[in-house]
Design a protein around this ligand. Structure first.
Ligand code: GLC
Ligand code: GLC
Length: 814
């Protein structure tokens, strides 16, 4: 069952039923000011940091959980009837409800009692504000007297404190109202130089800024007393819960259309110009007034919306494909690329599954995310890499997370996730391959942000590599530390006390438990590092790296192979994890995918065997599950993984992030049919017809789909902010379609299904557009290229002569 449809031409998903199985959201903003918006206008906004600069309030664990948002109420002043054109919060039976989630904007439309309403929500590029543009049309045969009410609940900035510290917060709320603009200035008098504002393009009949005056005692957003009465009380918030609400009256003739703009924004004043007059405690509004005036102007709003469209068109134009599969096209051309930008902006901080008050930016996550967005925003990728590297520790280890506002490592979570440092190498390699910008390696970057500790980025990569060599365990495999990629395989935690963190509680000295996964990652990263060293003329270093890589590969073959698949780890007792000897958790996906994609076992049959074992033991119709059999009880020595009920999350859920590793591995062993088949199983667009089961948005990947041990097999959770976005994009574009940036140039080596007659693609790479046409002539994966009509020996297309902006590449598959 579907709850809407894809409008590919407009690059929108159109939801046609408001009560979707879960709130289906979109993101507003792509630079500094951001918002989450659900299909019923629920959600919240923030400036840069979802925890520390929350602009509007979100009430956690609400029912339904997107309640609270950018609500507009319409009231028929003749009958007194009122409703929400976005369905929530009044939930009237709307006609023609549609929610169009597009790239950086959402338009919610509906019709009720002959009144058509469309609200367009977006954040103009380069501005710290959001526009709600309401378009009303009277489809009645008679004139209509309408009232429009806006509403937003302000957050007192630190979202965590806002949700918990009531003894203080109920007394500190402050606002100012001037010319119909509501200014939220809690804590402005003392240590803040920023405030929020809420403005309206029309003359207002009244306002409210105290929540209780607006909603009334013992009422909620679904039935505000002020809207019911048709009159706001011009309340001024002193403490309690500051809100913004305007009242606008409209007379609409038959078929007449009128528009209203509401602006919600964030603004900072220079520290010495906070007040006006300077000796007062009144907010200086001189700097913000021009911004407000501009975006209350319809022509400027039109222009800003058009600019936003062009911005996204530009980003997506970097890679466009035309394959025989609509789901592949849609995801690659629109939604997967878009989701990669969301993970770039948000990392794992703010969604309806990530609270925005928990995690900062993950070191491991953000480096992997680069694989999905570096081609769209290379300059920002560069900045991200340097920020990440600056949180690396002198040991080569890394803070597991850092805070986006301060760019400092997060001490609460600390370090010792022993896979972390290698992802920096993977991220930097992806950046170099895409851009050819070798200068980044010479950038001086501090360790742990300590001034004076700066060294070239290249040196950071060396330390990442060395970090593992300094931490080898009894079998010669890397010690796992707190966890490797799988945050829930906690082999040194041994936690038996409620409330302890599985990740940071460490009861063992960590000198025994080893990770085969980190070994594979070390091999992959080590190869990249050797290539980088070679190109910097550091032949001796390259040789040393390759020797260590070869040694690690031998170790994996000897100590990390279980007969039919790769082992997962050794626990603190030196016992195997992920072996046929285990009672549960005999086989894990991570090492099958990652060892093979790192090239281990490609020449000795192990890769092939590992892939067969995945197909036999782990593949389900809804995707590949993380391990089998699921853990049916808690294992103290394994940690959080066995705390989840069977089939969920890391305990045998379909953890979509690592499915693409297997897809890439399948392309490495030449099996395009299977690579594509695995891709199709978790592709959200392909799963759209089973939306009632899948439940999450059909336009973005979810972190997890319940595995076959779960009672809800096939149900997705934790959509949007997941490494799945980058890895699937990378797997399908670079390995299945085979359009792959390398240090030398653009390689084209597809491994696609036998049944595909071919496909087309355009790829902007280092300033040149490659027009690629692939034709299948045989059933295999052998590739022959013609570049601008001339046969070309290798699969890597050389850079064209200076000044040539387009290259035609014909590819024959035999
Ligand atoms: C979450 C984390 C990621 C981790 C994965 C597996 O997605 O963000 O860092 O690798 O879970 O545990
Ligand atoms: C939990 C989740 C895991 C995530 C981790 C982040 O362990 O199961 O997916 O990576 O939290 O701290």
């Amino acid at each position: 069952m579907k709850f809407g449809y894809f409008d590919d031409a407009n690059r929108e998903y159109v939801i046609t039923q408001p009560d979707t199985p879960l709130p289906w959201i979109n993101y507003l903003g792509c630079q500094a000011y951001f918002g989450i918006i659900s299909n019923t206008a629920g959600g919240y906004s923030f400036y840069r940091d979802a925890r520390l600069r929350r602009v509007s309030r979100y009430r956690y664990n609400n029912v339904p959980y997107d309640l609270g948002g950018r609500y507009i109420y319409l009231r028929d002043d003749d009958s007194g009837e009122f409703w929400s054109p976005s369905w929530q919060p009044t939930r009237n039976d709307l006609e023609d409800y549609t929610c169009r989630h597009g790239l950086g904007y959402t338009i919610i439309g509906s019709r009720y009692s002959g009144i058509e309403a469309h609200s367009t929500y977006f954040v103009p590029l380069g501005e710290d504000l959001e526009i709600w543009r309401l378009t009303l049309t009277n489809r009645r045969s008679k004139p209509a007297s309408l009232s429009v009410y806006s509403s937003i609940e302000f957050c007192l900035w630190d979202a965590n404190d806002d949700a918990t510290n009531f003894q203080r917060n109920f007394s500190i709320g402050e606002v100012e109202i001037e010319d119909g603009v509501i200014y939220h200035k809690t804590e402005y008098r003392e240590r803040r130089n920023h405030f929020a504002y809420f403005a309206c393009s029309r003359k207002t009949e009244g306002f409210d800024t105290q929540r209780e005056a607006f909603v009334g005692p013992y009422r909620g957003w679904e039935k505000p007393l002020a809207v019911e009465r048709g009159k706001l009380s011009n309340s001024v918030a002193h403490g309690w819960a500051p809100i913004g609400a305007h009242h606008v009256e409209l007379q609409l003739g038959p078929d007449e259309t009128q528009e209203v703009i509401f602006l919600l924004g964030y603004h900072e004043n220079p520290q010495e110009q906070k007040f006006d007059p300077p000796a007062s405690q009144t907010v200086n509004k001189k700097t913000v007034k021009p911004v407000i005036a501009k975006y209350l102007n319809f022509a400027d709003v039109d222009a800003a919306f058009e600019k936003l469209r062009q911005y996204w068109d530009g980003l997506l134009a970097v890679c466009q494909v035309e394959t025989p599969d609509v789901h592949t096209n849609r995801m690659v051309n629109i939604w997967n690329a878009y989701q990669c930008m969301a993970t770039f902006n948000m990392s794992r901080s703010a969604s309806f599954y990530e609270s925005g008050i928990g995690r900062g930016l993950g070191f491991r996550d953000s480096n992997q995310d680069l694989l999905g967005f570096v081609q769209m925003v290379p300059a920002r990728a560069r900045e991200r890499i340097l920020d990440l590297a600056a949180t690396q520790l002198p040991s080569g280890g890394a803070y597991h997370q850092y805070q986006p506002l301060t760019k400092r490592g997060n001490n609460d979570v600390g370090s010792n996730f022993n896979d972390d440092p290698h992802w920096l190498i993977v991220g930097v390699a992806a950046y170099l391959k895409e851009t050819g910008d070798w200068s980044i390696l010479d950038e001086p970057v501090p360790y742990d942000n300590a001034p004076g500790s700066e060294q070239p980025l290249y040196e950071h990569l060396q330390r990442s590599f060395q970090y593992t060599l300094d931490r080898l365990g009894p079998h010669g495999l890397p010690l796992i530390g707190r966890a490797d990629w799988n945050d829930c395989l906690n082999l040194n935690c041994f936690s038996d006390t409620p409330g302890q963190s599985f990740q940071t509680t460490t009861n063992k000295d960590g000198k025994v438990a080893e990770s085969v996964f980190i070994a594979a990652l070390f091999v992959l990263a080590g190869r990249e590092l050797a290539e980088i060293a070679l190109r910097r003329g550091r032949t001796d270093e390259a040789q040393r790296d390759l020797a260590e890589v070869a040694r690690m590969e031998d170790t994996v073959r000897e100590q990390g192979w279980d007969g039919e698949w790769f082992l997962r780890a050794y626990d603190d007792f030196g016992r195997k994890v992920g072996s046929k000897e285990c009672a549960e958790g005999k086989i894990f996906i991570e090492t099958q995918g990652f060892c093979v994609l790192a090239g281990i076992g490609l020449d000795d049959g192990r890769a092939h065997a590992a892939m067969e074992s995945v197909a036999k033991h782990l593949a389900t119709e809804h995707g590949i599950i993380l391990q089998q059999p699921a853990y049916s009880r808690y294992y103290l020595e394994l940690g959080e993984i066995s705390s989840y009920p069977p089939g969920y999350k890391e305990n045998a859920g379909i953890f979509c992030h690592n499915n693409p590793w297997v897809m890439i591995a399948e392309t490495q062993v030449g099996n395009g049919d299977r690579a594509y088949d695995y891709y199709a199983r978790i592709n959200p667009s392909a799963r759209e017809p089973i939306s009632e089961l899948h439940r999450c948005e059909p336009y973005v990947y979810a972190q997890m789909i319940a595995g076959r041990d779960a009672p809800t097999h096939g149900e997705a959770k934790n959509s949007w902010l997941t490494g799945t976005a980058a890895w699937n994009y990378y797997a399908v574009t670079q390995w299945i379609l085979g359009i792959r940036p390398t240090f030398e140039g653009l390689e084209i080596r597809p491994v696609v299904p036998k049944g595909w007659r071919g496909f087309k693609a355009t790829r902007l790479f280092r300033g040149v557009t490659y027009n690629i046409a692939v034709t299948r002539e045989g059933e295999g994966n052998q590739v022959a290229l013609k570049v601008d009509g001339e046969p070309w020996e290798s699969t890597v297309v050389p850079a064209p002569v200076e000044g040539q902006r387009e290259v035609a590449v014909e590819v024959t598959l035999k």
